[in-house]
Design a protein around this ligand. Structure first.
Ligand SMILES: [Zn+2]
Length: 207
């Protein structure tokens, strides 16, 4: 494959990317409207914030309770947290919730469901059909969790895309790998990265 072929493959990935960006825009979560009463934090617009997230508000509040390690209660439209928490901390946790339980790990669409398959909770995407066991996203993407153009990584091909290319999901990137089969574990060389999509070439099939 020469570089033009990679460009072609990447341009095919482009509508998926711009589509997902639109979806992200639609899911603009309002800023938390916070008041503090003594040591208690009250998010006055909690229900408005979670309204756009297609999940049970109790599931979201339970996640916040676990993450903050303190009691939280929903009261009408408000969420009451038994400690002083900043708006930044709340925004970070809501984003982490979205990344873990809402946004498709492959195409970034928020149009997903959580289904129990066997004993595993699986994030099922209605947009691209991807199914991945739920994993709690880390708070921030560390530098060493990113991938870089020109570097090599060992990945497993989780599915085959519409153009026959292999797809690997790795460190939050959707990696296109031509000429492989589902289940292959291969060492790849990253040719190009655009947003969270990368094009790679196999360098070792016995990785
Ligand atoms: Zn998807």
């Amino acid at each position: 494959m020469d570089i033009n072929d990679y460009e072609k493959l990447l341009s095919k990935a482009e509508p998926v990317l711009s589509g997902s960006n639109k979806n992200q825009e639609r899911l603009q979560i309002p800023e938390p409207d916070i008041i503090y009463e003594g040591k208690v934090t009250i998010i006055r617009n909690f229900m408005d914030m979670v309204d756009l997230i297609n999940r049970d508000p109790k599931h979201i509040s339970k996640f916040l309770m676990t993450e903050f390690g303190i009691g939280v209660n929903i009261s009408g439209k408000r969420l009451i947290i038994n400690r002083k928490i900043s708006a930044d901390q709340i925004n970070t946790k809501i984003r982490q919730y979205m990344d873990s339980f809402v946004i498709c790990y492959e195409c970034n669409s928020p149009d997903t469901d959580i289904q129990k398959i066997g004993r595993t909770n699986v994030l099922v995407c209605k947009a691209c059909g991807a199914q991945h066991p739920i994993r709690i996203a880390s708070e921030t993407a560390h530098e060493d969790e990113k991938i870089e153009e020109g570097k090599m990584y060992t990945v497993q091909i989780s599915r085959i895309g519409a153009s026959g290319e292999g797809r690997a999901f790795y460190r939050g990137y959707n990696i296109f790998v031509p000429g492989v089969k589902k289940g292959d574990v291969v060492k790849v060389h990253i040719k190009k990265i655009r947003n969270n999509t990368a094009i790679a070439e196999v360098v070792d099939r016995s990785a």
